[in-house]
Design a protein around this ligand. Sequence first.
Ligand SMILES: [Fe+2]
Ligand SMILES: [Fe+2]
Length: 346
Amino acid sequence: MGLSLEGAVRGLHHITLVGGSYSVNHRFYTGLLGLRQVKLSVNQDDIFHRHVFYANPAKPTGSTITFFEWPHLPVGHPGLGSPHHLAYEVKSLEALARWKCFLEAGGFKVSGPHKAGGIVSIYFRDPDTSLLELTTSSEDASEQFILDLFNTTKAPPHPDSDMQLLRFHHVSPIVADAKLAARFAEKFLGLEMVEITSNPFNPENPLVLAGEPENTYLRYLVSQAAETGYVGRGSIHHVALAVESDEDQKKMLRRLEKASIHHSGVVDRFWFKSLYFRDFQGNLMEVATMGPGYDVDEPWESLGSRLALPPWLEGARQMIESRLAEQDKTSADAYPPNPPEPPETL
Ligand SMILES: [Fe+2]
Ligand SMILES: [Fe+2]
């Protein structure tokens, strides 16, 4: 059990990936997966490329997946510094079975159901090859019950409300050293629950679970043989953890400084404030404040419906919009996509 640190993180804030064509990405995450575009903006460090945010429409906190639109990048590959996959939680086994049928009917390859460690999961890839997992508690269901359920479920024409992606269940960075990952989660992130266990898919390799007792949202896949990854299209770029206040963020900053961990300093992103650093094994992490929030500059009802820019970029709006329009003419827009198959084991 971890220490109770001041200014400790309070779950996932957002997870940022690298995407290709915005129109393909948008169709997949809103049209197919049923998330809502809650912010359409630009990458503040690369202002002629979009930064788009999707989330559970009812509860963006802990469910926001964001994309840097970089269609010119080659496809990345997971490894040290390039996390393996992320998982969304769904309500029930029935919902999970419907997702598998629905995705397969749409031409996507789906791996699973896989039952391990008290959860049942399916895996598939988005159009840019990002590996996604949908998961739910196995509720002590037998393997046979799960197989029968998946074999008898029919694909719905559209995802129904029971199939809503609720929140992130976990994200899985890759690390080479389990103890180092556990120490980082405990001493720097201040996570309450940190445990080294074994990977149910690959029992000789450890798995580090970190988060809260009922919500271990960081699940580090450990492999001593892991090689350095490459962040490209389809990769998880960084994982952002939430802190409640500016004060809590400063406490985190002081903790990083005390340990001589290089960091970005606090960066005002307008909708939240960010602090970036790398963990001991190369993964880019962010600690972001809960506020002011995505609705500080546009009403909740029309969130994400127009290009939103922080005040300091408004002067460049015309130039930004014309560069984005140029880019849209050249970025590939094939749909439905044909991503490679998901792996059978993790
Ligand atoms: Fe997973
Ligand atoms: Fe971020």
